[in-house]
Design a protein around this ligand. Structure first.
Ligand code: FAD
Ligand code: NAI
Length: 475
C-alpha cells in the first residue's frame, strides 16, 4: 500500500525545498524526496546550490577575498601584516561547516512545516486515476502516491567530450570546491560564471590561472560596457583569459595535464596545468527519474518540457528550476517553486522572468536586471542611457573600492527603466533596488527623486538614474 500525499516534490534543492514549504503553508500534505548524500551517507538537503554551488562557492570567495585583502590592501589602511598564510584545509572545513548549517536549516524547516522527507532516488512508476506512483530507492524502498508531482531534479556539470570528470585533475564544480592545496597552475575551460568565480578564488590564493574560452566575446550575455570594464579588472588582477580558442586533446602526464588548443589566430598552443576546471555549462538532470514510464516529454537537451506556468506534458505534473528552460539560477528555481505551489492551490502564482537578477560574485561584482544596451539596439527600441562611476562615490572611496559603475537604460519616451547594469562593490546587494523599481514599472526619474542614505554605494544608483536625464550632481 503506497503512502499518500497531496503533493510530492522530487528534488530538495532551492526549487524543490521551497516548493515543498510553500505547498505545506497552503495546507497540503507534502512529501519531498532527495537523494543527495553528505560525506557520512546521510541526507544533505539543499541540492547543488547548498552542497556544491552557490553557498560553498561564496564561502570560498569570502575566504580568498580576506586573504587577498590582507596581502594587498591592508597596507593602504596602515595595517601591516607580514607572513600572511592560508591554511587551505581550514578554509575548506569552514566552507563545509557553512554548507552543513544550511543542510540542517532545511531539515529544521521541513520539520517545522510538517513535510515528510524521504532520502533516496525518486522515480515515476505509473500514472492512474488517483495520481502518480513514485518509487523511492534509498536505504529502504518506499512506494508513494501523489495527486500532484513537482519535479525539481536540477542539473549536472557538462563534461568536455573525451575528458570525463575524475575530480582529481579534471574537475567539475564539485571537485573545484574541494581542491586540498593551491595548484601552482590552474586551467579553466569556459569564462562563464563558474569559470570567473572559481578562477578568482584560486588566483587570489596564488595559483597561476588561465581561462580558455570558446567564444570570441567575453561575457556575451552581459552589457558590453560592463563586460569590458570587468575584463580590464580581471586581467589586471592576473587572470589570464584567452578568448576564441578551440580546445583539442587533453592528455594526462606525470606532472599534470596538457591541453592542446588553437588560439583566436588559429595557432596551435598547449597549456600545461596541475588541475583543470571544466565550466562549460550545465545539463538538466533527469537521470533515473522514470520520465519514460509515464511519458513525460523532454526536449532535445534533456530538459523537461514545460509551459510558462511550469506545467509538463502530463496532468498535475509540474517541473521547476534547472531541469526546465530558463536561467539556471537558485532564485529563479525558488520563484517557480512558490508559483507552482500556489497554482496547485488554485491561486495565481506568477514569475516575472524579465526581472530575474543575475549576479557574478567576482571582485568587482557584476549584477544586472533587464535588457542590455546591445539587446535594446538589436530590438530597435529607443532608449536613454545614464551611468555613474564608483570613483565619484564617497562611500566607495572610503571602502577603497572604486572600480566600476552603475548604468541605467530607460525608455526614450516614457523613461521606464528597461535595464540596470552594475560592475563594482556590493553590486549583488545594490541590484535589488533596480529589481524592485522594475517590478513596479518605475521610471529612472522615480529612482532619481528617492532619498538615498549618505554616504552609501546606493547613491551611485541614484546618480546613474539622474544621469539618464544628464543631471548628475556629483560627477
Ligand atoms: P538543484 O539545486 O540541482 O537540486 C536538485 C536536487 O534534486 C539535488 O539535491 C539532487 O540530488 C536531487 N535529485 C535529482 N534527481 C533526483 C531523483 N530522481 N530523486 C531524488 N532526488 C533527486 N545560482 C545562483 O542563483 N546564485 C549563485 O551564486 C550560484 N552559484 C553557483 C555556483 C556553482 C559552482 C554552481 C554549480 C551553481 C551555482 N548556481 C547559482 C546555480 C544554482 O546552484 C542552481 O540554479 C540551483 O541549485 C538550481 O536549483 P534546483 O532546485 O533546480 O536544482
Ligand atoms: P556558463 O554558461 O556561465 O559559461 C560557460 C562558458 O563556457 C561560456 O562562456 C561558453 O561560451 C564556454 N564554453 C562552452 N563550451 C566551450 C568549449 N568547448 N570550449 C571553451 N569554452 C566553452 O556556465 P558555467 O560557468 O558552467 O555555469 C553554469 C551555470 O551555473 C551558469 O550559467 C549559471 O546559471 C549557474 N551559476 C550561477 C552563478 C551565479 O549566479 N553567481 C555562479 C555559478 C554558476
Amino acid at each position: 500500500m503506497s503512502k499518500q500525499f497531496d503533493v510530492i516534490v522530487i528534488g530538495g534543492g532551492p526549487g524543490g525545498y521551497i516548493a515543498a514549504i510553500r505547498a505545506a503553508q497552503l495546507g497540503f500534505n507534502v512529501a519531498c524526496i532527495d537523494e543527495w548524500k553528505n560525506s557520512k551517507g546521510g541526507p544533505a538537503l539543499g541540492g547543488t546550490c547548498t552542497n556544491v554551488g552557490c553557498i560553498p562557492s561564496k564561502a570560498l570567495l569570502q575566504s580568498s577575498e580576506h586573504f587577498d585583502h590582507a596581502n594587498h590592501h591592508f597596507a593602504e589602511h596602515g595595517i601591516s601584516a607580514s607572513n600572511v598564510s592560508m591554511d587551505v584545509g581550514k578554509m575548506l572545513a569552514r566552507k563545509d561547516m557553512v554548507v552543513k548549517q544550511n543542510n540542517d536549516g532545511i531539515q529544521y524547516l521541513f520539520k517545522k512545516n510538517k513535510i515528510t522527507f524521504f532520502h533516496g532516488r525518486g522515480a515515476f512508476v505509473s500514472a492512474g486515476a488517483d495520481g502518480y506512483v513514485i518509487n523511492v530507492a534509498g536505504a529502504t524502498e518506499e512506494s508513494l502516491l501523489g495527486k500532484h508531482i513537482i519535479v525539481a531534479t536540477g542539473s549536472n556539470a557538462r563534461a568536455l567530450p573525451g575528458a570525463h570528470f575524475d575530480e582529481e585533475r579534471i574537475l567539475s564544480n564539485d571537485g573545484a570546491l574541494r581542491v586540498g592545496a593551491v595548484p601552482k597552475k590552474l586551467g579553466l575551460i569556459g569564462s562563464g560564471v563558474i569559470g570567473l568565480e572559481m578562477g578568482s578564488v584560486w588566483r587570489r590564493l596564488g595559483s597561476d590561472v588561465t581561462i580558455l574560452e570558446g567564444l570570441p566575446t567575453f561575457l556575451g550575455a552581459v552589457d558590453e560596457q560592463v563586460a569590458k570594464e570587468a575584463f580590464k579588472a580581471f586581467t589586471k588582477q592576473g587572470l589570464k583569459i584567452e578568448l576564441g580558442v578551440k580546445v583539442g586533446e587533453i592528455t594526462s602526464n606525470k606532472k599534470g595535464l596538457s591541453i592542446a588548443y588553437t588560439n583566436a589566430k588559429g595557432e596551435a598552443q598547449t597549456l600545461d596545468v596541475d588541475k583543470l576546471i571544466v565550466s562549460i555549462g550545465r545539463v538538466p538532470n533527469t537521470i533515473g527519474l522514470g520520465a519514460e514510464a509515464v511519458g513525460m516529454k523532454l526536449d532535445e537537451r534533456g530538459a523537461i518540457v514545460v509551459d510558462d506556468d511550469c506545467k509538463t506534458s502530463l496532468p498535475n505534473v509540474w517541473a521547476i528550476g534547472d531541469v526546465v528552460r530558463g536561467p539556471m539560477l537558485a532564485h529563479k528555481a525558488e520563484e517557480e517553486g512558490v508559483a507552482v505551489a500556489e497554482r496547485i492551490a488554485g491561486q495565481h502564482g506568477h514569475v516575472n522572468f524579465n526581472t530575474v537578477p543575475w549576479v557574478i560574485y567576482t571582485s568587482p561584482e557584476i549584477a544586472w536586471v533587464g535588457q542590455t544596451e546591445q539587446q535594446l539596439k538589436a530590438s530597435g527600441r529607443a532608449y536613454k542611457a545614464g551611468s555613474f562611476p564608483f570613483l565619484a562615490n564617497g562611500r566607495a572611496r572610503a571602502l577603497g573600492d572604486t572600480t566600476g559603475f552603475v548604468k541605467f537604460l530607460a525608455d526614450a519616451t516614457t523613461d521606464e527603466i528597461l535595464g540596470v547594469h552594475i560592475v563594482g562593490p556590493q553590486a549583488s546587494e545594490l541590484i535589488s533596488e533596480a529589481v524592485v523599481a522594475m517590478e513596479f514599472k518605475a521610471s529612472a526619474e522615480d529612482i532619481a527623486r528617492i532619498c538615498h542614505a549618505h554616504p552609501s554605494l546606493s547613491e551611485a544608483t541614484k546618480e546613474a538614474a539622474l544621469a539618464v536625464d544628464k543631471r548628475t550632481l556629483n560627477f
